[in-house]
Ligand binder design. Structure first.
Ligand SMILES: *Cc1c(COP(=O)(O)O)cnc(C)c1O
Length: 396
């Protein structure tokens, strides 16, 4: 045992506190929803979940999970290729494939695992990964786990992407990877241009669509649908832990040969337990509901527009965008945390984001809208922002 090491760690943690970077978990006492309960009985309006369609506590989704437990049991106690594949897992893979318009799909315990296991089976030291600098941490980790050469292009900068693809011209294989929606700014990848550049440079395209699957695009199929490049994105990774019911689980979907290779070699698939049947059953229902209730998609986008309009007229610095993520920029770390705390006192549950989740000096409150919010909820949030913002001198 090394006491010095523990003391050093404690000092690092203490420094996080003084810099305003220490993260505290807040406990909620109710299911997920537009309104949630806090210890002590306080009810607050929730604007920080990824529950875009409001399906996280939908009775039909919960019933589907219960039925799946009754039919298929609780857990499999196995990885997929030993004895962890039931018909419901194959059914979900087929449903996701149909939904995304791809050729095949492989399930993972989380999208973090999908991204962690997608590069290494496909790319070696002769190959190149060209990655947007703001890609999600799980993509960065997946890239680290593989021996391919790494090229990072400036965020959504197509000229820089072209430069990096040119630099990677000598590689055997090239893959361009990007988030579909960037979670901290809520902006959308320029997929049409990315696909054109990839074609011109003989690269394949991978999109992580976690913050889009289920609610963006005419039928909720994500950024490929929204950008008109369905069939041109070779690999999609996504989560069942956001719009599609919000429990957990994820997948990689795309070209048949690629998905088959992942079944053979992807380590988080081979060495981690199969998705619980309850999640498979509930996700199947959630995907059906995306088709059956188009009004949920319209509602979440309408809510986002209403909130942005109110915040702009109140004078807040918000990042413009076309998604249900609305970053309210405060820049200063402590101010972001203080503002979020004050908003919670006002009954508005939001979280201040600081380094390392966003760059230093770019702290913000990320507001996320849901189809579950009413107009009254949105207006209450904007009013509270205005009151607290004035108090803290953020707006006049
Ligand atoms: C949420 C998220 C993930 C992780 O998904 P999980 O299923 O929760 O592991 C990966 N990539 C992006 C872009 C995300 O937003």
């Amino acid at each position: 045992m090394d006491r010095a090491m523990l003391n050093e760690i404690a000092e690092t943690i203490a420094a996080l506190e003084t810099e305003g970077l220490f993260k505290r978990e807040r406990i909620i006492t109710t299911p997920q929803g537009a309104t949630i309960g806090l210890p002590g009985g306080k009810r607050v309006l929730n604007f920080c979940s990824n529950n875009y369609l409001g399906l996280a506590s939908d009775p039909e989704v919960a019933d589907a999970a219960k039925r799946a437990i009754d039919r298929w049991g609780y857990g499999l106690s196995s990885v997929r290729f030993i004895c962890g594949t039931q018909e419901i897992h194959k059914e979900l893979e087929r449903a996701v494939t149909r939904f995304l318009g791809t050729e095949d799909t492989i399930l993972y315990a989380a999208c973090f695992d999908a991204n962690g296991g997608v590069f290494e089976p496909l790319l070696g030291s002769d190959d190149a990964i060209v990655s947007d600098e703001l890609n999600h941490a799980s993509i960065i980790d997946g890239v680290r786990l593989c021996k391919a050469q790494r090229f990072r292009y400036a965020h959504s900068d197509m000229a820089d992407l072209e430069t990096k693809l040119t630099e990677a011209a000598a590689a055997r294989r090239r893959i361009v990877c990007t988030d579909g929606v960037f979670s901290m700014d809520g902006d959308i990848a320029r997929l049409a241009e990315i696909c054109d550049l990839a074609d011109a440079h003989k690269a394949i395209v991978m999109v992580d669509d976690c913050h889009a699957t289920g609610y963006l695009g005419a039928r909720g199929r994500g950024t490929a649908e929204l950008c008109g490049v369905e069939g041109r994105v070779d690999i999609v990774t996504t989560t069942f832990g956001k719009a599609l019911g919000g429990a957990s689980g994820g997948c990689t979907s795309g070209r048949r040969e690629i998905i088959e290779m992942l079944r053979q070699r992807s380590r988080p698939y081979l060495f981690s337990n199969t998705l619980a049947p309850a999640i498979a059953g509930a996700t199947l229902r959630a995907i059906e509901l995306v088709g059956e209730r188009p009004e949920l998609r319209e509602r979440v986008m309408r809510n986002a527009r209403r909130f942005k309009g109110a915040m702009k007229s109140a004078g807040f610095d918000i990042v413009a965008g076309e998604t249900a993520i609305v970053p309210v920029m405060l820049y200063d770390e402590r101010r972001a945390v203080e503002m979020a705390d004050r908003l919670l006192d006002e009954g508005i549950y939001v979280i201040g984001f600081a380094y390392p989740v966003v760059p230093k000096g770019r702290a913000r409150i990320r507001v996320q809208l849901s189809a579950a919010h009413t107009d009254g909820d949105i207006d209450a949030a904007a009013d509270a922002f205005r009151r607290v913002g004035r108090d803290l001198g953020v707006v006049d």
